[in-house]
Ligand binder design. Structure first.
Ligand code: MCN
Ligand code: SMO
Length: 787
């Protein structure tokens, strides 16, 4: 009788398009962000940041009257540096000091901090600090950094390489069978994340609990507690990390940030409250850097364009430091493993290097390396199509892992669990009305612009589990998750999870899961999340894992709670346990009489004398841990396709149509899935067309305001048409797969393929570097015939 779903629950259960519970407070400006908080005696902190990209610190002078409000690394002797460990071969450790010590390694690196009652006063103090720097050779890009001899970004290193990974799977055998060889080099530029809220952290000492409390805009409060306790040498029970409302995170907030450690240190040391709020300039020059990958691709194909073997060299500009906990191994590891994407081929060789440069350390960004690998493999697919003279969709169809081969273990040992990749491609072509488009393209546009059609199909490994993190060689990432569910004495439901929802909608979607099993009205549910003091131990929110892992834990906990509700309800009804069932939030007896979960809770908590001694005494609270049956990741996939119009006079690209056919297994809330996809695509369009943090040869960032760093707005993001398949994952609760990053993976590949399709008729060079600014586009036209 505890088996669900029952159709009675469907209005709010799994699959329902329920509006997000959390929206009302945000729409009414009632959210509670770090910057909204006030506290008696709060000091605001400002950082003095390095003006040079690579230099030795040779001295400091600080006027006596401000010295008491200034902190240098030397004042923080009781704090450790941030060190992200990895057991992967060739990995060189970087020690990242909370404030620079000895050297500075990128422009914007914090060298000192100052505190005062207001940020403006703290900045005034910062202006009076003098740090003397002696220039060192600057490694402003991966090429110069790799060629360096003698002086490296880290003094104790033997080269500027964080690490090099190699793969070779039957490469020579398969390459030898090829009829044609197709080569392409593609590059993605460095960019930022630009969430509405940047870094934000407030810390204080709670004397009653005898605890350091760190309120931080983070995706991973439990992991942050682990590392803060370690760096500050406190027992974990003396550190509480709370993540309040967070204004977007996108990976930027799933790592330990230097400033978090600094503010926590101040609160621990002075036993009073301190806060830091990152401003936009700090974000753009010193905060979130990502995406800078370069791919040399060589595809070995037969006459029809069937891929037999792939040879790739991937170079990643990792910046100066390896982020905690994922390390500089995250991007190369994901790139080398995910490059084969959704394709079925057997020969693979790849070298992936992550090079240390004098730029901010690489931070995960929505999609992580998969945006880069999708760009590389999908531009290569189009190049293959051109080489063999077939339509790009035909060549893809021939290469995609076929549905009848599922589950399929690919050339890099990824366990692709389920789905029909080819069907997603076919559906996308149908939605675009591809044949008609080709006709229209031939006829030409009335306004003289060139029409282009682009496609990309990708897999999104989501919900990486314990075994995946173990293989990454990064300690301190558990991979599993837990949930506590508790029925309140009046029949409401509290769910406690250690992941954090910062826009994903989990306050609603987790309630839908509980509703599916217990039938509690979602208006009577409360998600308590992101507070180490109130939630079970957790890995945190990233890698599109929260629904599968924490949602899975909520499901398992509710399933354990249901029999207890039934047992009490059966007593109240005077019925046999075997004769009652749960429906619509009520325990229903054989005669149709029923009691509500509220009645059950009231009896258990407040009138226990009504219950006989043999009722299940576990109570109405359950904590359950959860791991999927197979934890190598649930593989969501999708095909994105677009039509663009290219203006060859101005270099402008307009997206006329954009379609998505995606399959994330069972959708818990299709409206949330669509919202996630829209948001991801908006960011992907930014990567494709607008966003870039360029650096000059001295390592100076050239985009430090939103006037230089261009973001897509409502005008640039087109209407997106979406279609869903729901192939259940065989491994997860309800067959759901994660999908929070997918939207951001394909747009650069789709848009570049579309533009290259458009430019072909005028014999332009191919465009291969993000973002596709008008200048780059016009340059491609000027450069003339491509390969
Ligand atoms: N969902 C669903 N059905 C599924 C899968 C997911 O209804 N089959 C819902 C989930 O319930 C959840 C949302 O979709 O509400 C995303 O779920 P999931 O794919 O599990 O991803 P996470 O919740 O772990 O979120 C992390 C993911 C990542 S890694 C980045 S980066 C990103 C993203 O989410 N950052 C975001 N989306 C974001 N959205 C917002 N608004 N803000 C961010 O910072
Ligand atoms: S970049 Mo998302 O937090 O994995």
């Amino acid at each position: 009788s505890t088996e669900h779903p029952t159709s009675a629950h469907k209005a709010q259960g799994v699959g329902a398009r329920v509006r997000r519970k959390e929206d009302a407070r945000h729409l009414h400006g009632k959210g509670n962000f770090v910057a909204d908080m006030s506290m008696p005696g709060l000091s605001e902190v400002a950082f003095l940041r390095s003006p040079l990209a690579h230099a030795r610190i040779v001295g400091a002078s600080i006027p006596d009257d401000i010295r008491v409000a200034v902190v240098l690394r030397g004042d923080m002797a009781d704090s450790l540096d941030i060190v992200a460990e990895s057991t992967l071969p060739t990995y060189q450790l970087s020690a990242q000091p909370p404030l620079a010590s000895g050297k500075v390694r990128f422009v914007g690196e914090p060298m000192a901090m100052a505190f005062a009652p207001t940020r403006a006063l703290a900045e005034d103090i910062v202006e009076q600090i003098q740090i003397d720097l002696d220039d060192l050779p600057v490694y402003a890009n991966a090429t110069t950094a790799e060629a360096a001899t003698g002086t490296f970004v880290h003094d104790d290193w033997t080269s500027n390489l964080f690490m090099t990974l190699h793969a070779d799977r039957d490469f020579d055998t398969w390459a030898a069978k090829a009829d044609r060889v197709v080569k392409r080099t593609v590059d993605l530029s460095r960019q930022c994340m630009v969430p509405m809220e940047g870094k934000a952290v407030l810390a204080y000492w709670d004397f009653q609990a005898d605890q350091l409390v760190v309120v931080s805009a983070t995706q991973v409060p439990h992991m942050i507690r682990t590392i803060l306790a370690e760096c500050l040498k406190l027992p974990q029970d003396q550190v509480r990390v709370i993540s309040p409302d967070v204004g977007g995170a996108f990976g930027y907030k799933c790592v330990l940030q230097q400033e978090e450690l600094c503010i926590a240190w101040l609160a621990k040391t002075h036993k009073r409250p301190f806060r830091f709020i990152e401003d936009r300039r700090e974000h753009l020059i010193a905060g979130a850097n990502s995406r800078e990958h370069s791919y040399d691709m060589t595809a070995y194909v037969d006459k029809r364009g069937k891929l037999l073997a792939l040879d790739a060299v991937i170079t990643i500009d990792g910046g100066a430091y390896s982020v905690w906990p994922f390390t500089a191994g995250l991007e190369p590891g994901q790139a080398i493993g995910n490059l084969p994407g959704p394709y079925d081929f057997r020969g693979y060789r790849c070298v992936t290097k992550c090079v240390a440069t004098n730029k901010p350390g690489f931070v995960p960004y929505r999609g992580v390396a998969r945006t880069g690998v999708c760009f590389a493999i999908e531009l290569t697919m189009d190049a293959i199509a051109r080489e063999v003279g077939r339509e790009p969709w035909e060549v893809r169809k021939e290469n995609l892992v076929p549905a009848d081969a599922m589950p399929y273990v690919n050339v890099t040992n990824k366990h692709l669990d389920s789905g029909d990749y080819g069907a997603s491609l076919a559906k996308a072509m149908e939605m675009l009305q591809f044949d008609q488009l080709r006709e229209r393209q031939k006829a030409g546009e009335a306004d003289g612009r060139l029409l282009g059609i682009g496609i990309a199909t990708y897999t999104e490994q989501s919900a990486h589990g314990t075994s995946v993190f173990a293989a990454w060689g990064t300690p301190l990432i558990p991979g599993f998750d837990s949930a506590t569910v508790r029925i309140t004495p009046d029949g409401g439901l509290e769910m406690r999870v250690g992941v954090h929802s910062h826009g994903q909608g989990m306050e609603t979607t987790f309630a839908q899961i509980a509703h599916e099993i217990l039938g509690v009205d979602i208006a009577r549910t409360k998600l308590i999340h992101g507070d180490t003091g109130q939630t079970p131990f957790s890995t945190g929110t990233y890698a599109s894992r929260s629904m599968v892992m924490s949602g899975g834990a909520v499901s398992v906990a509710c399933k354990k709670l249901a029999p207890r509700v039934l047992a009490i309800g059966a007593h109240l009804l005077g019925a046999d346990l075997s004769a009652v069932s749960l429906a619509d939030g009520r325990v229903v007896g054989p005669d149709g009489k029923s009691v509500s979960i509220g009645d059950v809770a009231n009896a258990w908590y407040l009138r226990p004398h009504l219950l006989p001694a043999d009722v299940d005494t576990g109570g109405l609270e359950v904590t359950a841990g959860y791991k999927p049956k197979v934890d190598t990741g649930a593989f969501t996939y999708a095909t994105h396709a677009a039509v663009v119009a290219v203006d060859t006079d101005t270099g402008d690209v307009e997206i006329l149509d954009y379609v998505v056919v995606e399959d994330c297994g069972t959708m818990i809330n299709p409206m949330v899935v669509e919202g996630q996809t829209y948001g991801g695509i908006a960011q992907g369009i930014g990567t494709a067309l607008y966003e870039e943090t360029p650096y000059d040869e001295n390592g100076q960032p050239l985009a430090s305001t939103l006037a230089d760093y261009v973001l897509p707005g409502a005008v640039e993001v087109p209407t997106i048409r979406m279609h869903h398949f729901e192939t259940k994952s065989p491994h997860t609760e309800f067959g759901a797969k994660g999908m929070g990053e997918g939207g951001a993976i394909a747009p650069p590949a789709v848009i570049f393929n579309a533009v290259n399709d458009a430019l072909r008729v005028i014999g332009a060079a191919e465009v291969t570097r993000t973002p596709l600014s008008p200048r780059r586009l016009l340059q491609a036209i000027e450069d003339g015939p491509g390969p």
